[in-house]
Design a binder for this molecule. Structure first.
Ligand SMILES: Cc1ncc(COP(=O)(O)O)c(C=O)c1O
Length: 375
């Protein structure tokens, strides 16, 4: 039997995959039926169609479906010829895959700290450039792009590639150009917790570079140029048709309204959260933030997280351990204190619910709980 408290509490999570399913249940069941009836399960017509649709949406010549965002990052670097002896500049406050992909191609990650908005600080990038630097990997964290104008200028000056880790930024724009069309290669995750999400692992890459497209097409499917001839040692990183059809449906029917609703919800938070305690970075007009995550920075973060959980609100922390302080990164030679902004944020950031199934009253409810905790 439920207690009185349990009956009163309205559960609100930072994601709501069940509501997303129920809103499109009939469409999803129909596409499962369609894929099983066709019997074409991997890299088929559904994938070709999705690639054309993603390329059009992002505004690039090519999109390639893969089985994860991590593979997109690894294959992007392989296709650009990045490997042993090369350095790649990247921020230390991302999901581990941004950096592990650099390690997996044999290159060395070189970290650069971030600004108040959690994105790589362009004013620190040039100091990290050495004769071995081959690329800058920006991370468009939470659905907001890095300052690409300045970053691309630095890259041109030093003859570097720029790779967008846009795993969290499908639909985001910088000066009206979408993430994935802002540099040499865009790498996206369609993991279930992402804004443009599959029902399992999935990812894709976007580019205008024909040589990258041709190389990754081979890499994702055993290096096979046709059914029988392998022209190089490849991998298996194909997207299956069920995920592709689900993503096609989401692209056509959900993504733009999903983003629009998140932006409305974020604007309500911005009006009502008490700025005395809660820091929500400003978003300048040239950025179109999708709010895949709405990240605030707060004092006593862990206490607030527990308080919210007690009141039915499930938040997340992306990410509590900076990559340079992960046990896996010990060989890179960094230590605590090397990236003060990243480390400060690791203790204060909190991803609060902003998703498309929240109504204004839900947003106000969460905001009141947060303000109330500090009052
Ligand atoms: C910033 C960032 N980069 C890379 C990835 C890796 O994507 P995936 O989980 O699809 O391999 C993720 C997803 O978790 C991410 O958030």
């Amino acid at each position: 039997m439920k207690t009185d408290l349990e009956i009163d509490v309205k559960e609100i999570g930072w994601v709501d995959l069940k509501s997303q399913y129920l809103a499109k249940r009939n469409e999803i069941l129909a596409l499962v039926d369609q894929v099983f009836t066709n019997g074409e399960f991997v890299n088929g017509k559904s994938v070709d169609l999705l690639e054309a649709e993603i390329a059009r949406y992002v505004g690039v010549k090519y999109a390639l479906c893969l089985n994860s965002g991590t593979d997109a990052l690894i294959f992007a670097m392989k296709a650009l010829g990045i490997g042993p002896g090369d350095e790649v500049i990247t921020p230390p406050n991302s999901f581990i895959a941004s950096t592990s992909s650099i390690v997996h191609v044999g290159a060395k990650p070189v970290f650069v700290d971030v600004c108040e908005d959690q994105l790589i600080d362009p004013s620190l990038i040039e100091k990290a450039v050495t004769p071995n630097t081959k690329a800058i990997m920006v991370v468009h964290l939470a659905g907001r792009t890095a300052e690409m104008g300045e970053i691309n200028r630095i890259a041109i000056k030093h003859n570097l590639y720029v790779i967008e880790d846009a795993a969290q930024a499908f639909g985001a724009k910088y000066n009206n150009v979408r993430a994935g069309a802002l540099a040499d290669v865009g790498c996206f995750s369609a993991h279930p917790l992402k804004i443009f999400n599959a029902a399992g692992d999935a990812g894709f890459l976007t580019t205008d570079r024909e040589e990258v497209y041709n190389e990754v097409r081979l890499l994702r499917n055993h290096g096979l140029m046709d059914r029988t001839t392998a022209v190089k040692w490849g991998y298996v990183s194909r997207m299956n048709s069920l995920q592709a059809e689900l993503l096609r449906m989401r692209l056509a029917q959900e993504i733009d309204s999903n983003i629009a609703k998140r932006r409305i919800n974020a604007s309500i938070y911005r009006k009502v959260l008490n700025p005395k305690y809660i820091f929500m970075p400003e978003v300048p007009d040239h950025l179109f933030h999708t709010y895949m995550c709405l990240v605030i920075q707060v004092p006593r973060r862990d206490d607030l997280q527990r308080y919210l959980a007690d009141h039915g609100v499930r938040v997340a922390v992306h990410y509590p351990i900076p990559i340079h302080l992960q046990p896996a990164a010990k060989d890179l030679g960094y230590k605590k204190g090397d990236f003060p902004m990243t480390e400060k944020q690791a203790d204060s950031i909190m991803t609060i619910p902003v998703h498309q199934f929240m109504e204004e009253e839900d947003v106000l409810h969460v905001a009141e709980l947060i303000n109330g905790f500090y009052d």
